[in-house]
Design a binder for this molecule. Structure first.
Ligand SMILES: NC(=O)c1ccc[n+]([C@@H]2O[C@H](COP(=O)([O-])OP(=O)(O)OC[C@H]3O[C@@H](n4cnc5c(N)ncnc54)[C@H](OP(=O)(O)O)[C@@H]3O)[C@@H](O)[C@H]2O)c1
Length: 341
């Protein structure tokens, strides 16, 4: 099998480190791996398949110099904006985990289980965008139901883990929990989050827009419509919760047709990379302690609305650093190779 020169931009970050793990797990066809980060990390070792690789400083010329063919970007939107065009110029396909290119009309926004055909548009700019972590797990559940019952509207409330804000987010929760047990939590000084996150909930992720929705909420609205290729109504309330890893979502779906719960459950059981955990009698339902470190999207609490026959409620949980970033990006790369694009 043909092997590729693969670069990981943001190799030392939460998503970057997970990319190494997922690439190894799927035995991705790698000829050479090129870890890239900022100057402060240049020279440190990263282990891949038992071998150490030196992190190189990200520069505009490194993609040409290293003959990179596939470049995973997860170092923030401004880094992708500046450096992704150079990677594409050097002939690499860029798979970008940031929000910078997601809503550009000529850049495909892909969840391989929902819209794999859109990958062919990579030729436009050499870039494929990986959606927002909360959007990915939701559309994986919506698509199989939309194919049967036709979705009109979706209302979602998210419970997003602190690792969604990277390593700094995880460190801030751990430090505050230590402060709590040392009876000095009231002295904590939040940096990554607007308020104390330990033993608290924060109904704000990213900045507020003029319409009083947050940027995170509008990403879920706009990206869901782009991926499903239809202007369904979507409303989102995104909340940061003191959980280390895995995002959870309470989703209410309004359909064109009356919904049959048995058929809906069957469709989800047959959906790729979706696991149904749903037996109230046994207290069986998805939770972050189940989904973390897995590549599956878990769904449960699937039930019809008490008043409307075309409305379904469900609960969806997935490891957002994997399903919502690294794993989705690697699955895009695998499809790209298979499409021999
Ligand atoms: N965390 C999630 O759940 C998640 C999910 C989906 C998408 N994303 C997106 O993925 C991106 C990375 O998120 P993360 O959670 O992995 O963040 P993180 O843990 O803070 O890691 C950031 C990475 O970016 C690198 N970086 C920062 N400034 C750089 C520069 N000037 N030049 C080169 N590299 C630089 C850092 O390298 P140094 O160590 O050298 O500073 C580090 O490797 C973000 O855009 C985020 O929105 C994150």
């Amino acid at each position: 099998m043909r092997k590729y020169n693969v670069a990981i931009v943001g190799a030392t970050g939460a998503v970057g480190e997970e990319l190494f793990r997922v690439l190894e797990e799927v035995d991705f066809p790698i000829n050479k791996i090129v870890p890239l980060a900022s100057s402060k990390s240049a020279g440190i070792d990263i282990e891949y398949k038992g071998k150490n690789y030196k992190v190189l400083e990200l520069t505009e010329s490194v993609f040409e110099e290293q003959d990179v063919e596939i470049a995973f970007f997860s170092a923030g939107g401004s880094i992708s904006a500046q450096f992704a065009p150079f990677a594409a110029e050097a002939g690499a396909v860029v798979i970008d985990n940031t929000s910078h290119f997601r809503m550009d009309a000529d850049v495909p926004l892909v969840v391989p289980e929902c819209n794999p055909g859109d990958i062919a548009q990579w030729k436009n700019r050499g870039i494929i965008a990986n959606p927002n972590c909360s959007t990915i797990q939701m559309v994986q559940v919506l698509k199989p139901l939309d194919d049967i019952f036709g979705i009109k509207r979706v209302d979602v409330s998210t419970y997003q883990a602190v690792s969604g804000a990277g390593k700094a987010g995880m460190e801030e929760l751990v430090n505050q929990m230590q402060d709590f047990f040392a009876f000095r939590l009231s002295e904590c000084e939040p940096k990554t989050f607007p308020y104390q996150i330990a033993l608290n909930l924060i109904p704000q992720i990213d900045v507020f827009m003029e319409n009083d929705y947050t940027k995170e909420e509008m990403k879920m609205v706009n990206e869901t419509q782009k991926i499903l290729g239809k202007n369904i109504e979507v409303s989102a309330t995104c909340v940061r919760v003191p959980v280390m890893r895995s995002h959870s979502e309470a989703i209410t779906i309004h359909f064109e047709k009356d919904v049959n719960v048995e058929r809906a459950v069957e469709a989800l059981r047959n959906a790729e990379n979706v696991v149904v955990l749903d037996d109230p009698s046994k207290k069986e339902y998805p939770m972050p302690i189940i989904s973390t470190d897995t590549n599956d999207t878990f769904v449960g609490r699937i039930r019809k609305d008490l008043n409307r026959s075309n409305v379904l409620h469900l609960w969806c949980v997935a490891d957002q650093i994997r399903v919502g970033a690294a794993t989705n990006a690697v699955r895009i790369a695998q499809k790209w190779i298979a499409m021999d694009a």
